[in-house]
Design a protein around this ligand. Sequence first.
Ligand code: UD1
Ligand code: CA
Length: 457
Amino acid sequence: MNVVILAAGMGKRMQSALPKVLHPLAGKPLVQHVVETAHSLGAQHICVVYGHGGDLVCERLTKACPDIPLNFALQQPQLGTGHAVQQAVPHLGDSPLTLVLYGDVPLISAQTLQALLAVGAPDRLALLTMEVADPTGLGRIVRDQGAIRRIVEHKDATPQELQIREINTGIMLIPTAHLGPWLAALKNENAQGEYYLTDIVAQAVAQGLQVASASAQAEFEILGVNSKQQLAQLERLYQAHQAQTLLAAGVTLMDPARLDIRGKLRCGRDVSIDVNCVFEGDVELGEGVQIGANCVLKNVSIAAGAVIHPFCHLEGAIVGAGALVGPYARLRPGAELAQQVHIGNFVEVKNVQIGPGSKANHLAYLGDGEVGARVNIGAGTIFCNYDGVNKFRTVIEDDVFIGSDSQLVAPVRVGAGATIGAGSTITQDAPAGKLSLARGRQVTIESWQRPQKKPKA
Ligand code: UD1
Ligand code: CA
Protein backbone atom coordinates (compact mmCIF):
# COMPACT_ATOMS: atom_id res chain seq x y z
CA MET A 1 0.00 0.00 0.00
CA ASN A 2 1.05 3.59 -0.70
CA VAL A 3 0.29 6.28 1.82
CA VAL A 4 0.13 10.00 1.08
CA ILE A 5 0.09 12.30 4.10
CA LEU A 6 -1.07 15.84 3.37
CA ALA A 7 0.83 18.33 5.49
CA ALA A 8 1.29 21.41 3.34
CA GLY A 9 -1.35 23.66 4.88
CA MET A 10 0.03 26.71 6.63
CA GLY A 11 -1.97 26.54 9.85
CA LYS A 12 -2.31 30.30 10.13
CA ARG A 13 -4.73 29.99 13.06
CA MET A 14 -2.05 28.32 15.21
CA GLN A 15 -0.44 31.80 15.47
CA SER A 16 2.97 30.18 15.54
CA ALA A 17 6.26 30.14 13.69
CA LEU A 18 6.29 26.35 13.92
CA PRO A 19 4.55 24.53 11.04
CA LYS A 20 1.17 23.26 12.23
CA VAL A 21 1.91 19.55 11.79
CA LEU A 22 4.96 19.82 14.06
CA HIS A 23 2.99 20.99 17.09
CA PRO A 24 3.00 18.24 19.70
CA LEU A 25 0.03 16.21 20.81
CA ALA A 26 0.75 13.80 23.68
CA GLY A 27 4.40 14.82 23.40
CA LYS A 28 4.79 13.99 19.70
CA PRO A 29 4.41 16.09 16.53
CA LEU A 30 0.93 15.73 15.03
CA VAL A 31 2.29 14.36 11.77
CA GLN A 32 4.48 11.81 13.56
CA HIS A 33 1.37 10.13 14.98
CA VAL A 34 0.10 9.74 11.44
CA VAL A 35 3.41 8.47 10.04
CA GLU A 36 3.70 5.85 12.79
CA THR A 37 0.12 4.69 12.31
CA ALA A 38 0.69 4.38 8.54
CA HIS A 39 3.87 2.42 9.18
CA SER A 40 2.07 0.10 11.60
CA LEU A 41 -0.31 -0.83 8.78
CA GLY A 42 2.63 -2.08 6.73
CA ALA A 43 2.69 0.77 4.21
CA GLN A 44 5.53 0.27 1.70
CA HIS A 45 5.71 3.85 0.45
CA ILE A 46 4.90 6.82 2.64
CA CYS A 47 5.00 10.24 1.01
CA VAL A 48 4.58 13.39 3.07
CA VAL A 49 3.39 16.43 1.11
CA TYR A 50 4.87 19.52 2.72
CA GLY A 51 4.84 23.20 1.96
CA HIS A 52 4.70 25.79 4.70
CA GLY A 53 7.59 25.56 7.12
CA GLY A 54 9.40 23.68 4.38
CA ASP A 55 12.41 21.66 5.30
CA LEU A 56 11.75 21.67 9.04
CA VAL A 57 8.94 19.14 8.54
CA CYS A 58 11.27 16.82 6.60
CA GLU A 59 14.13 17.25 9.04
CA ARG A 60 12.12 16.65 12.18
CA LEU A 61 10.27 13.65 10.77
CA THR A 62 13.41 12.00 9.42
CA LYS A 63 15.03 12.41 12.80
CA ALA A 64 12.01 11.27 14.81
CA CYS A 65 11.34 8.19 12.66
CA PRO A 66 14.79 6.91 11.61
CA ASP A 67 13.45 3.43 10.91
CA ILE A 68 10.58 4.48 8.66
CA PRO A 69 11.53 5.16 5.03
CA LEU A 70 9.82 8.40 4.02
CA ASN A 71 9.50 10.35 0.80
CA PHE A 72 8.75 14.04 0.71
CA ALA A 73 6.99 16.05 -1.97
CA LEU A 74 6.93 19.83 -1.96
CA GLN A 75 3.61 21.49 -2.77
CA GLN A 76 4.19 25.15 -3.58
CA PRO A 77 1.83 26.97 -3.89
CA GLN A 78 -1.04 25.15 -2.16
CA LEU A 79 -3.88 24.85 -4.65
CA GLY A 80 -6.08 22.37 -2.80
CA THR A 81 -6.15 18.79 -1.56
CA GLY A 82 -6.32 17.32 -5.09
CA HIS A 83 -3.31 19.37 -6.15
CA ALA A 84 -1.51 18.22 -2.99
CA VAL A 85 -2.00 14.52 -3.74
CA GLN A 86 -0.87 15.18 -7.32
CA GLN A 87 2.54 16.27 -6.02
CA ALA A 88 2.94 12.87 -4.36
CA VAL A 89 2.04 10.76 -7.40
CA PRO A 90 5.61 10.62 -8.84
CA HIS A 91 6.83 9.31 -5.48
CA LEU A 92 4.35 6.43 -5.19
CA GLY A 93 5.21 2.77 -5.51
CA ASP A 94 3.24 0.40 -7.72
CA SER A 95 0.93 -0.91 -4.97
CA PRO A 96 -2.65 -1.12 -6.27
CA LEU A 97 -4.04 1.07 -3.47
CA THR A 98 -3.11 4.51 -2.16
CA LEU A 99 -4.33 5.72 1.23
CA VAL A 100 -4.65 9.47 1.79
CA LEU A 101 -4.13 10.70 5.36
CA TYR A 102 -3.74 14.16 6.92
CA GLY A 103 -0.84 15.43 8.98
CA ASP A 104 -3.21 17.47 11.14
CA VAL A 105 -5.60 14.59 11.89
CA PRO A 106 -3.29 12.83 14.33
CA LEU A 107 -5.45 10.31 16.13
CA ILE A 108 -6.76 8.21 13.29
CA SER A 109 -6.36 4.65 14.56
CA ALA A 110 -4.91 1.60 12.87
CA GLN A 111 -8.18 -0.29 13.62
CA THR A 112 -10.29 2.28 11.81
CA LEU A 113 -7.91 2.27 8.85
CA GLN A 114 -8.07 -1.54 8.79
CA ALA A 115 -11.84 -1.23 8.44
CA LEU A 116 -11.32 1.10 5.47
CA LEU A 117 -8.73 -1.24 3.94
CA ALA A 118 -11.22 -4.08 4.33
CA VAL A 119 -13.69 -2.40 1.95
CA GLY A 120 -11.02 -1.23 -0.52
CA ALA A 121 -10.23 -2.95 -3.83
CA PRO A 122 -8.17 -2.11 -6.94
CA ASP A 123 -11.38 -1.17 -8.80
CA ARG A 124 -13.17 0.56 -5.94
CA LEU A 125 -12.85 3.90 -4.21
CA ALA A 126 -13.30 3.70 -0.44
CA LEU A 127 -14.10 6.70 1.78
CA LEU A 128 -13.90 7.07 5.52
CA THR A 129 -17.09 8.87 6.52
CA MET A 130 -18.94 9.57 9.73
CA GLU A 131 -22.34 10.76 10.93
CA VAL A 132 -21.72 13.79 13.13
CA ALA A 133 -24.01 16.04 15.15
CA ASP A 134 -22.50 19.22 13.73
CA PRO A 135 -21.23 18.93 10.14
CA THR A 136 -20.52 22.66 9.75
CA GLY A 137 -17.60 23.38 7.43
CA LEU A 138 -17.12 19.80 6.33
CA GLY A 139 -17.67 18.06 3.00
CA ARG A 140 -21.00 16.17 2.80
CA ILE A 141 -21.46 12.67 1.39
CA VAL A 142 -24.20 12.81 -1.22
CA ARG A 143 -25.94 9.46 -1.63
CA ASP A 144 -28.61 8.27 -4.02
CA GLN A 145 -30.59 5.24 -2.86
CA GLY A 146 -27.77 4.43 -0.50
CA ALA A 147 -25.03 4.62 -3.09
CA ILE A 148 -22.41 7.37 -2.79
CA ARG A 149 -22.64 9.75 -5.78
CA ARG A 150 -20.26 12.57 -4.89
CA ILE A 151 -18.93 14.84 -2.13
CA VAL A 152 -19.99 18.44 -1.89
CA GLU A 153 -17.95 20.94 0.11
CA HIS A 154 -19.80 23.02 2.72
CA LYS A 155 -19.10 26.23 0.81
CA ASP A 156 -20.50 24.77 -2.43
CA ALA A 157 -23.52 22.96 -0.93
CA THR A 158 -27.20 23.75 -1.46
CA PRO A 159 -29.36 24.33 1.64
CA GLN A 160 -30.72 20.82 1.16
CA GLU A 161 -27.21 19.30 0.99
CA LEU A 162 -26.23 21.20 4.12
CA GLN A 163 -28.78 19.05 6.00
CA ILE A 164 -26.65 15.93 5.37
CA ARG A 165 -24.91 14.79 8.53
CA GLU A 166 -22.68 12.13 6.96
CA ILE A 167 -19.39 13.92 6.41
CA ASN A 168 -16.20 13.28 4.51
CA THR A 169 -13.34 12.75 6.96
CA GLY A 170 -11.01 13.40 4.02
CA ILE A 171 -9.35 10.01 4.49
CA MET A 172 -9.75 7.78 1.46
CA LEU A 173 -8.35 4.68 -0.19
CA ILE A 174 -7.84 5.20 -3.91
CA PRO A 175 -7.02 2.72 -6.72
CA THR A 176 -3.50 3.86 -7.66
CA ALA A 177 -3.99 3.21 -11.38
CA HIS A 178 -6.85 5.72 -11.52
CA LEU A 179 -5.21 8.33 -9.33
CA GLY A 180 -3.10 10.12 -11.98
CA PRO A 181 -5.87 10.45 -14.57
CA TRP A 182 -8.48 11.51 -11.99
CA LEU A 183 -6.25 14.19 -10.51
CA ALA A 184 -5.29 15.47 -13.96
CA ALA A 185 -8.98 15.93 -14.76
CA LEU A 186 -9.78 18.03 -11.66
CA LYS A 187 -11.05 21.57 -12.16
CA ASN A 188 -10.95 24.42 -9.70
CA GLU A 189 -14.32 25.90 -10.58
CA ASN A 190 -15.72 26.07 -7.06
CA ALA A 191 -16.27 28.48 -4.20
CA GLN A 192 -12.63 28.27 -3.04
CA GLY A 193 -10.95 28.13 -6.46
CA GLU A 194 -9.14 24.96 -5.33
CA TYR A 195 -8.47 21.57 -6.88
CA TYR A 196 -10.59 19.39 -4.61
CA LEU A 197 -9.51 15.80 -4.03
CA THR A 198 -13.14 15.11 -3.19
CA ASP A 199 -14.14 15.64 -6.84
CA ILE A 200 -12.58 12.28 -7.76
CA VAL A 201 -15.66 10.65 -6.23
CA ALA A 202 -17.94 11.95 -8.97
CA GLN A 203 -15.37 10.81 -11.55
CA ALA A 204 -15.31 7.29 -10.12
CA VAL A 205 -19.10 7.16 -10.19
CA ALA A 206 -19.21 8.44 -13.79
CA GLN A 207 -16.80 5.67 -14.80
CA GLY A 208 -18.99 3.05 -13.17
CA LEU A 209 -16.60 2.24 -10.32
CA GLN A 210 -17.98 1.30 -6.93
CA VAL A 211 -17.60 3.80 -4.11
CA ALA A 212 -17.61 2.14 -0.69
CA SER A 213 -17.39 3.62 2.77
CA ALA A 214 -16.28 2.70 6.26
CA SER A 215 -16.73 4.69 9.42
CA ALA A 216 -14.36 5.67 12.21
CA GLN A 217 -14.59 4.00 15.64
CA ALA A 218 -14.51 7.23 17.64
CA GLU A 219 -15.13 10.82 16.64
CA PHE A 220 -11.84 12.13 18.04
CA GLU A 221 -10.03 9.99 15.49
CA ILE A 222 -11.18 12.17 12.63
CA LEU A 223 -10.79 15.55 14.27
CA GLY A 224 -8.30 17.91 12.71
CA VAL A 225 -6.21 20.59 14.39
CA ASN A 226 -6.44 24.14 13.08
CA SER A 227 -5.96 26.21 16.22
CA LYS A 228 -4.45 26.00 19.68
CA GLN A 229 -7.98 25.60 21.05
CA GLN A 230 -8.56 22.53 18.90
CA LEU A 231 -5.11 21.19 19.80
CA ALA A 232 -5.88 21.55 23.50
CA GLN A 233 -9.30 19.92 23.09
CA LEU A 234 -7.85 17.00 21.17
CA GLU A 235 -5.11 16.56 23.76
CA ARG A 236 -7.79 16.27 26.49
CA LEU A 237 -9.90 13.87 24.43
CA TYR A 238 -6.87 11.70 23.79
CA GLN A 239 -5.76 11.75 27.43
CA ALA A 240 -9.29 10.88 28.56
CA HIS A 241 -9.29 7.98 26.12
CA GLN A 242 -5.97 6.70 27.50
CA ALA A 243 -7.22 7.04 31.07
CA GLN A 244 -10.35 5.02 30.23
CA THR A 245 -8.17 2.31 28.65
CA LEU A 246 -6.10 2.09 31.86
CA LEU A 247 -9.21 1.98 34.06
CA ALA A 248 -10.65 -0.79 31.89
CA ALA A 249 -7.41 -2.72 32.41
CA GLY A 250 -7.78 -2.42 36.20
CA VAL A 251 -5.43 0.45 36.98
CA THR A 252 -6.59 2.72 39.82
CA LEU A 253 -6.52 6.39 38.83
CA MET A 254 -7.37 8.84 41.59
CA ASP A 255 -8.62 11.21 38.92
CA PRO A 256 -8.73 10.15 35.26
CA ALA A 257 -8.91 13.82 34.28
CA ARG A 258 -5.57 14.55 35.91
CA LEU A 259 -3.24 12.16 34.11
CA ASP A 260 -1.00 12.74 31.10
CA ILE A 261 0.60 10.01 29.06
CA ARG A 262 3.02 11.18 26.39
CA GLY A 263 4.25 7.86 25.12
CA LYS A 264 3.55 4.31 26.27
CA LEU A 265 2.55 3.33 29.79
CA ARG A 266 2.33 -0.36 30.61
CA CYS A 267 0.92 -1.40 33.98
CA GLY A 268 0.78 -4.68 35.88
CA ARG A 269 -2.15 -5.61 38.15
CA ASP A 270 -3.24 -3.34 40.98
CA VAL A 271 -1.19 -0.34 40.04
CA SER A 272 -2.42 2.92 41.50
CA ILE A 273 -1.65 6.42 40.27
CA ASP A 274 -2.44 9.57 42.21
CA VAL A 275 -3.29 12.92 40.64
CA ASN A 276 -1.19 15.09 38.30
CA CYS A 277 1.31 12.52 37.12
CA VAL A 278 3.01 12.76 33.72
CA PHE A 279 4.36 9.69 31.92
CA GLU A 280 6.71 10.20 29.00
CA GLY A 281 8.42 7.83 26.58
CA ASP A 282 8.29 4.17 27.65
CA VAL A 283 7.19 3.59 31.21
CA GLU A 284 6.57 0.21 32.78
CA LEU A 285 4.96 -0.19 36.21
CA GLY A 286 5.01 -3.64 37.80
CA GLU A 287 2.30 -5.27 39.87
CA GLY A 288 1.10 -3.24 42.84
CA VAL A 289 3.27 -0.21 42.10
CA GLN A 290 2.01 3.03 43.65
CA ILE A 291 2.77 6.42 42.15
CA GLY A 292 2.16 9.43 44.39
CA ALA A 293 0.77 12.77 43.31
CA ASN A 294 2.72 15.12 41.04
CA CYS A 295 5.35 12.74 39.73
CA VAL A 296 7.01 12.92 36.30
CA LEU A 297 8.30 9.60 34.95
CA LYS A 298 10.17 9.36 31.66
CA ASN A 299 11.55 6.11 30.23
CA VAL A 300 11.57 4.25 33.51
CA SER A 301 10.86 0.74 34.64
CA ILE A 302 9.51 0.17 38.13
CA ALA A 303 9.29 -3.34 39.56
CA ALA A 304 6.50 -4.89 41.61
CA GLY A 305 5.50 -3.31 44.90
CA ALA A 306 7.71 -0.25 44.63
CA VAL A 307 6.28 3.03 45.92
CA ILE A 308 7.08 6.40 44.39
CA HIS A 309 6.03 9.08 46.86
CA PRO A 310 4.75 12.49 45.69
CA PHE A 311 6.81 15.07 43.77
CA CYS A 312 9.44 12.81 42.24
CA HIS A 313 11.18 13.23 38.89
CA LEU A 314 12.46 10.00 37.36
CA GLU A 315 14.15 9.70 34.00
CA GLY A 316 16.00 6.76 32.43
CA ALA A 317 15.93 4.88 35.72
CA ILE A 318 15.26 1.33 36.86
CA VAL A 319 13.59 0.85 40.24
CA GLY A 320 13.68 -2.58 41.89
CA ALA A 321 10.89 -4.46 43.60
CA GLY A 322 9.68 -3.02 46.88
CA ALA A 323 11.87 0.08 46.61
CA LEU A 324 10.72 3.35 48.17
CA VAL A 325 11.46 6.62 46.38
CA GLY A 326 10.75 10.17 47.48
CA PRO A 327 8.99 12.35 48.28
CA TYR A 328 11.01 14.93 46.30
CA ALA A 329 13.57 12.55 44.85
CA ARG A 330 15.26 12.78 41.48
CA LEU A 331 16.46 9.72 39.57
CA ARG A 332 18.44 10.53 36.45
CA PRO A 333 19.59 8.31 33.56
CA GLY A 334 21.53 5.28 34.70
CA ALA A 335 20.08 5.21 38.21
CA GLU A 336 19.46 1.53 38.95
CA LEU A 337 17.95 0.63 42.27
CA ALA A 338 17.86 -3.02 43.32
CA GLN A 339 15.02 -4.42 45.42
CA GLN A 340 14.12 -2.71 48.70
CA VAL A 341 16.35 0.31 48.12
CA HIS A 342 15.18 3.50 49.84
CA ILE A 343 15.85 6.88 48.21
CA GLY A 344 14.43 9.70 50.30
CA ASN A 345 13.74 13.40 50.03
CA PHE A 346 16.09 15.68 48.12
CA VAL A 347 18.29 12.83 46.95
CA GLU A 348 19.60 12.90 43.37
CA VAL A 349 20.94 9.73 41.79
CA LYS A 350 22.67 9.65 38.39
CA ASN A 351 24.40 6.70 36.75
CA VAL A 352 24.75 4.73 39.97
CA GLN A 353 23.79 1.11 40.57
CA ILE A 354 22.56 0.64 44.12
CA GLY A 355 22.45 -2.84 45.68
CA PRO A 356 19.58 -4.52 47.58
CA GLY A 357 18.38 -2.91 50.79
CA SER A 358 20.67 0.13 50.62
CA LYS A 359 19.41 3.50 51.79
CA ALA A 360 20.05 7.16 51.09
CA ASN A 361 17.20 8.79 52.89
CA HIS A 362 17.98 12.50 52.93
CA LEU A 363 19.74 15.24 50.96
CA ALA A 364 22.40 13.53 48.87
CA TYR A 365 24.01 13.55 45.42
CA LEU A 366 25.05 10.14 44.18
CA GLY A 367 26.61 10.46 40.72
CA ASP A 368 28.68 7.95 38.70
CA GLY A 369 29.34 4.96 40.86
CA GLU A 370 28.32 1.73 42.41
CA VAL A 371 26.84 1.02 45.81
CA GLY A 372 26.69 -2.49 47.27
CA ALA A 373 24.01 -4.15 49.38
CA ARG A 374 22.78 -2.95 52.80
CA VAL A 375 24.75 0.31 52.60
CA ASN A 376 23.58 3.30 54.64
CA ILE A 377 24.36 6.68 53.14
CA GLY A 378 23.92 9.53 55.61
CA ALA A 379 22.26 12.88 55.04
CA GLY A 380 24.27 15.38 53.05
CA THR A 381 26.58 12.85 51.39
CA ILE A 382 28.04 13.89 48.04
CA PHE A 383 29.84 11.85 45.41
CA CYS A 384 32.30 14.43 44.05
CA ASN A 385 32.42 12.94 40.57
CA TYR A 386 33.59 15.86 38.45
CA ASP A 387 36.84 17.80 38.33
CA GLY A 388 35.52 20.28 35.81
CA VAL A 389 36.59 18.14 32.86
CA ASN A 390 36.45 14.45 33.73
CA LYS A 391 33.94 12.23 35.53
CA PHE A 392 35.16 9.61 38.00
CA ARG A 393 33.48 6.74 39.84
CA THR A 394 32.80 6.14 43.48
CA VAL A 395 32.59 2.51 44.57
CA ILE A 396 31.02 1.61 47.88
CA GLU A 397 31.09 -2.07 48.80
CA ASP A 398 28.50 -4.03 50.81
CA ASP A 399 27.50 -3.11 54.39
CA VAL A 400 29.27 0.25 54.39
CA PHE A 401 28.07 3.09 56.64
CA ILE A 402 28.72 6.60 55.31
CA GLY A 403 28.36 9.20 58.06
CA SER A 404 26.37 12.34 57.38
CA ASP A 405 27.81 15.23 55.39
CA SER A 406 30.63 13.24 53.85
CA GLN A 407 32.22 13.97 50.50
CA LEU A 408 33.62 11.07 48.52
CA VAL A 409 36.12 12.53 46.06
CA ALA A 410 36.21 10.13 43.10
CA PRO A 411 37.89 8.00 41.98
CA VAL A 412 37.56 6.36 45.37
CA ARG A 413 36.59 3.01 46.87
CA VAL A 414 35.14 2.25 50.29
CA GLY A 415 35.75 -1.39 51.28
CA ALA A 416 33.07 -3.76 52.57
CA GLY A 417 31.83 -3.07 56.07
CA ALA A 418 33.81 0.18 56.39
CA THR A 419 32.48 3.15 58.32
CA ILE A 420 33.13 6.74 57.29
CA GLY A 421 32.89 9.25 60.12
CA ALA A 422 30.46 12.11 59.70
CA GLY A 423 31.79 15.22 57.99
CA SER A 424 34.68 13.43 56.26
CA THR A 425 36.21 14.42 52.94
CA ILE A 426 37.42 11.07 51.62
CA THR A 427 40.08 11.39 48.93
CA GLN A 428 41.73 7.97 49.27
CA ASP A 429 40.36 4.44 49.31
CA ALA A 430 38.95 3.51 52.74
CA PRO A 431 39.85 -0.01 53.90
CA ALA A 432 37.21 -2.67 54.56
CA GLY A 433 35.89 -3.12 58.07
CA LYS A 434 37.61 -0.01 59.49
CA LEU A 435 36.53 3.45 60.59
CA SER A 436 37.97 6.19 58.40
CA LEU A 437 37.78 9.85 59.35
CA ALA A 438 38.97 12.82 57.33
CA ARG A 439 38.12 16.03 59.12
CA GLY A 440 39.75 18.56 61.41
CA ARG A 441 40.00 17.50 65.05
CA GLN A 442 37.78 19.38 67.44
CA VAL A 443 39.62 21.82 69.65
CA THR A 444 38.40 24.08 72.44
CA ILE A 445 40.04 27.48 72.98
CA GLU A 446 39.85 28.09 76.70
CA SER A 447 40.91 31.75 76.62
CA TRP A 448 38.58 32.89 73.84
CA GLN A 449 36.02 35.57 74.59
CA ARG A 450 33.08 36.49 72.45
CA PRO A 451 33.20 40.16 71.32
CA GLN A 452 30.59 42.29 73.06
CA LYS A 453 28.39 44.95 71.48
CA LYS A 454 28.80 48.38 73.06
CA PRO A 455 25.48 49.55 74.50
CA LYS A 456 24.11 52.53 72.46
CA ALA A 457 24.28 55.85 74.23
C1 UD1 B 1 -11.28 18.79 3.47
C2 UD1 B 1 -12.23 18.09 2.53
C3 UD1 B 1 -13.61 17.99 3.18
C4 UD1 B 1 -13.50 17.27 4.50
C5 UD1 B 1 -12.47 17.95 5.39
C6 UD1 B 1 -12.23 17.11 6.62
C7 UD1 B 1 -11.47 18.68 0.30
C8 UD1 B 1 -11.68 19.57 -0.87
N1 UD1 B 1 -12.32 18.85 1.30
O1 UD1 B 1 -11.77 20.11 3.64
O2 UD1 B 1 -14.51 17.30 2.33
O3 UD1 B 1 -14.76 17.24 5.14
O4 UD1 B 1 -11.20 18.06 4.70
O5 UD1 B 1 -11.42 17.82 7.52
O6 UD1 B 1 -10.58 17.88 0.28
N2 UD1 B 1 -3.73 20.58 2.31
C9 UD1 B 1 -2.55 20.56 1.61
N3 UD1 B 1 -2.44 21.31 0.47
C10 UD1 B 1 -3.46 22.06 0.02
C11 UD1 B 1 -4.67 22.08 0.73
C12 UD1 B 1 -4.78 21.32 1.88
O7 UD1 B 1 -1.61 19.89 1.99
O8 UD1 B 1 -3.29 22.70 -1.02
C13 UD1 B 1 -3.85 19.79 3.52
C14 UD1 B 1 -4.02 20.68 4.74
O9 UD1 B 1 -2.78 20.94 5.34
C15 UD1 B 1 -4.90 19.84 5.63
C16 UD1 B 1 -5.71 18.99 4.65
O10 UD1 B 1 -5.01 19.01 3.46
O11 UD1 B 1 -4.14 18.97 6.40
C17 UD1 B 1 -7.13 19.46 4.50
O12 UD1 B 1 -7.12 20.74 3.95
P1 UD1 B 1 -8.21 21.82 4.28
O13 UD1 B 1 -8.01 22.99 3.41
O14 UD1 B 1 -8.23 22.03 5.74
O15 UD1 B 1 -9.49 21.04 3.82
P2 UD1 B 1 -10.94 21.36 4.25
O16 UD1 B 1 -11.36 22.59 3.55
O17 UD1 B 1 -11.05 21.29 5.73
CA1 CA C 1 -9.83 24.51 2.43
